[in-house]
Design a protein around this ligand. Structure first.
Ligand code: TLP
Length: 346
């Protein structure tokens, strides 16, 4: 059955070109640094962000955790957004596996941090307190509705980090969406950062994998962290081959997904009973109006069962839904979704 799947961009499948490249990929044992396709992916990824080195990891979660383990010691603290993916949706891996204490601060609507919040969260040099070692940003910001963080805001945090001898890590799971939305080069969004993770398997359509970029010594430590997390793969060139296509051809078309998200939001806003909450990049958040007869589960079930359209409720206790556009959601699919929502709510 063919579904129009708007639950996330993680559901995107590899393209035919990726499958072809995967079948033909030259491979070796990546734990011996012998896989030419992985090496190529890492070299291209590092160059794209103006960093010295890169390591191919299994997922965004693993990339972020490898970064924190490589930057911090047990007992260190990091300043992180209270709605960030690292803090909320990665099982507290930093604390669970790394003995690192998260110090959450509020994330503003534009995904930035207030300087006063950063300053208040920074521990003084006092033996009662953990040593603050790092600040983590997220771009685009998932819980802030997919908003792209502006380079000037990144620069402010980078300057704060430098002044206080902190490292700056960026969870750039969707950094190319941010670059497309802001009309800047991805490198500009890594300026001042010590490390950045980006995902190949979200809007870029690769079947699996993320890349962590940073300095040479940092990446050596991150590779050790990846090993202990069980993330070192062998003939991983099969996956990296899809990643190379993602980097070379898919990152530059993400603007289309943003246009489709905008069209979707515009169309939905004209349907009685729908309230658009936020639309940024490839994200659309909307709510069902309180007066509707239909409950949120009934709405989601009707779209799935009668129209083969998949949507995710944002949380079980709200009437909000979160949609993401991606490569496999084209204009005709947007039209079908709008017609289906109109029919379900009529
Ligand atoms: N996010 C997923 C879910 O985990 C919520 C999604 O569908 O959006 N950073 C950010 C900003 C993310 O949104 C995600 C995935 C990750 C990191 C983790 O990536 P993976 O799923 O590859 O571990």
């Amino acid at each position: 059955m063919h579904y129009i799947d708007l639950r996330s961009d993680t559901v995107s499948h590899p393209t035919p070109e990726m499958r072809e490249a995967m079948a033909r990929a030259a491979v070796g044992d990546d734990v011996y640094h012998d896989d030419p396709t992985v090496n190529q992916l890492e070299a291209e990824a590092a160059a794209l962000f103006g960093m010295e080195a890169a390591v191919f990891v299994t997922s965004g979660t693993q990339g972020n955790l490898c970064a924190l383990l490589a930057h911090c010691q047990r007992g260190d603290a990091i300043i992180v957004g209270d709605t960030s993916h690292i803090f909320r949706y990665e099982q507290g891996g930093m604390a669970q596996l790394g003995g690192i204490l998260p110090q959450p601060i509020p994330v503003q609507a534009d995904a930035s941090f207030r300087l006063s919040d950063l300053e208040n969260a920074l521990n003084p040099d006092d033996e009662h307190m953990p040593i603050t070692r790092l600040v983590a940003l997220e771009n685009t910001h998932n819980m802030a509705g997919g908003v792209a963080l502006q380079p000037e805001k990144i620069a402010e945090v980078a300057a704060f980090a430098r002044r206080n001898q902190l490292k700056l890590h960026i969870d750039g799971a969707r950094i190319f969406n941010a670059a497309a939305a802001l009309g800047v080069d991805a490198k500009a969004l890594a300026a001042g950062a010590d490390s950045l993770t980006f995902c190949l398997s979200k809007g870029l359509c690769a079947p699996a994998g993320s890349v962590l970029v940073g300095g040479q010594d940092f990446i050596r430590r991150a590779r050790r962290a990846r090993k202990v997390l069980g993330g070192s793969m062998r003939q991983a060139g099969i996956l990296a081959a899809a990643g190379l296509i993602a980097l070379r051809t898919m990152k530059d078309r993400l603007g289309e997904d943003h246009e489709n998200a905008q069209l979707l939001a515009e169309g939905l806003s004209e349907i009685p009973g729908i309230i658009i909450d936020r639309q940024n990049t490839n994200f659309v958040f909307f709510s069902l109006a309180a007066g509707l007869k239909l409950s949120l589960p009934e709405f989601v079930d009707a779209l799935r069962d009668d129209y083969t359209i998949l949507m995710s409720p944002y949380s079980s206790d709200s009437r909000q839904l979160r949609l993401r556009t991606h490569y496999w959601i084209d204009r005709p699919a947007i039209e079908k979704v709008l017609a289906a929502v109109r029919a379900v709510l009529s």
